[in-house]
Design a binder for this molecule. Sequence first.
Ligand code: SF4
Ligand code: SF4
Ligand code: SF4
Length: 247
Amino acid sequence: MKPKVAFFDFTSCEGCQLAVLELENELLDLLGLVEIVNFREAIDDRREDYDIAFLEGSITRPADLPRVQKIRDTAKICVAMGACATTGGVNAIKNTAPDLEEVRRYVYGEKAHCFDTFATKPMKQVIKVDYELFGCPINKYEFVELVKCLLTGRPFVNKNYPLCVECKQNGNICVFHKNMVCLGPITRAGCDSICPNNGNKCEGCRGLVDDPNTDTAREVLSEHGYTVEDILREFTLFNTITEAPKK
Ligand code: SF4
Ligand code: SF4
Ligand code: SF4
């Protein structure tokens, strides 16, 4: 019997689900191996008997809590998918405001009382998460790799070295030479350094590598007169919730 897979979205732009749909041919191959029973972006059917749940988005309001708990209680495996779900992503920027009530009034105006919200939380702060797919949006090929691992029982391991490693393998000219502050030295690899490949700095959408004090990070930063501590202060667009490791 094929494992049953479901996709759910919470506070998000649904771009990570679109990244899955962009797989096209690979998705057709996967459909031979799993049964998709719930995927609002792609099918009309809604079934509640799923084995694997992919959860996109952040938890930002009280109504999300029973919904996400029900998904956790039903699924054997829960995967947090994308920056919103893994780190809080851009949704967590509001957490830096001194008064969330004021943020609510700023966004919703006189209808603010209709929208019950609280500080943004990534999935793992609310339920047990079995796997995480990082990025804004996710890397669709990492999604395929994870599904293959789940189907074959192979371990899925997220990359845990800085983006600079991929960037150097791709032969890019470091954007620090263009006076940009790039977060590659402390950001988790896995996107094939897509932003520096196109002449842009990395904004850290894949979150912090587990040990941002790696030699690669220090080496790249010291070449340009920065320290790991300097660059952690720039780590705010996608990672306001992420706790910087104590030095
Ligand atoms: S991680 Fe990015 S692409 Fe994915 S849902 Fe959140 S905002 Fe959209
Ligand atoms: S700092 Fe940025 S541009 Fe420079 S090597 Fe690292 S990832 Fe590439
Ligand atoms: S280069 Fe950085 S900002 Fe761009 S996709 Fe990769 S991790 Fe995200």
